[in-house]
Write a protein that binds this ligand. Structure first.
Ligand SMILES: Nc1ncnc2c1ncn2[C@@H]1O[C@H](COP(=O)(O)OP(=O)(O)OP(=O)(O)O)[C@@H](O)[C@H]1O
Ligand SMILES: [Mg+2]
Length: 288
């Protein structure tokens, strides 16, 4: 485990959930929006008064950790809640089995620590298969898979018949999620709520959107995921990354000064997303 555990100085004083809830952002498609959605889910949970631990399993890119480091710079300078963040590192041993054991040990230690101290743990996975990513997926209570409205992204979930666009079979990723689900049910009877979230939606390509939607509807029952509306394509979802902020973190003065209609709509999207996740202890969701 890296040393980058930022002990939060201002964790919200909310009662912990009965059991901490683990939210994993995962898919094996680079750039679909995992880190962006993770940042906004974390900000929304903090705003709702929950204490949050965060875990970065993307040992190469570390975008989630950079965002958290940027966010950490505000501590003491503005009234803003922080999650407690841990960035894991890749194992270093040349032998695969030893390396995986190293990674498994640091993962179990980190997740155990965050689960013991927070209501929610939000885990950001890399956009490719890795041992750490599999460990993350297997620990999910809620697995969020962001995808863009494109058949390139649908390909992440299933192979399609090129002529009819009918589902020919699950993708390697969908099979990996399936085996994580099976393992979890066998281990402790717990289910993974798999949520496919559409990201960067736009109304411009309505025809393509409809075709993708039809395919996703067919896939949803076959692979047992549910679909929720995610985030539209908006500059405001990416422009505050270097500041370590999201639009939910703006003070009311800042918000009054700078909120455009787009900002207002963006805030509503993030709140709707959090509600649609049906998390325990929020909006009457889940079982806490
Ligand atoms: N809803 C959105 N509106 C505008 N830009 C977005 C939106 N979602 C993501 N982006 C931008 O798309 C790019 C990819 O997003 P992000 O880094 O969150 O994806 P990722 O799935 O984490 O990628 P990777 O697999 O490489 O980790 C970034 O430049 C991000 O700012
Ligand atoms: Mg990412």
């Amino acid at each position: 485990m890296s040393d980058s555990i930022n002990q939060s100085s201002s964790i919200a004083p909310s009662a912990p959930n009965v059991a901490p809830h683990v939210i994993v952002l995962g898919n094996e498609k680079g750039g679909a929006g995992k880190t962006t959605v993770a940042m906004h889910v974390v900000a929304a949970l903090l705003e709702a008064g929950k204490s949050v631990g965060t875990l970065d399993l993307d040992v190469r890119q570390r975008s989630f950790s950079r965002y958290m480091a940027n966010r950490q710079m505000w501590v003491g300078r503005r009234d803003m809640q922080m999650p407690e963040h841990i960035a894991l590192e890749a194992g270093t041993d040349n032998r695969l089995d030893v390396r995986q054991q190293e990674e498994s040990d640091s993962f179990v230690r980190a997740l155990g620590h965050l689960r013991a101290n927070h209501d929610f743990v939000v885990i950001d996975c890399p956009g490719s298969d890795s041992y750490l990513s599999r460990l993350g997926h297997a620990s999910a209570d809620t697995l969020i898979t962001p995808m863009n409205e494109s058949f390139v992204d649908v390909d992440l979930l299933a192979t399609l018949d090129p002529n009819t666009l009918e589902v020919a079979g699950p993708s390697i990723y969908a099979e990996m999620v399936w085996s994580c689900r099976q393992a979890r049910v066998q281990a402790n009877g717990a289910a993974i709520d798999w949520v496919v979230l559409r990201n960067r939606t736009s109304h411009i390509h309505a025809k393509n959107r409809k075709r993708v939607e039809t395919t996703l509807d067919a896939l949803a029952s076959r692979l047992a995921f549910r679909q929720i509306e995610g985030l539209s394509e908006r500059v405001v979802f990416r422009e505050m990354f270097p500041a370590g902020l999201t639009l939910l973190d703006l003070t009311s003065e800042e918000a009054n000064a700078s909120l455009t209609m787009s900002h207002v709509a963006a805030r509503a999207e993030v709140k709707a997303l959090l509600s649609a996740l049906n998390l325990p202890g929020l909006f009457g969701g889940g079982d806490a």
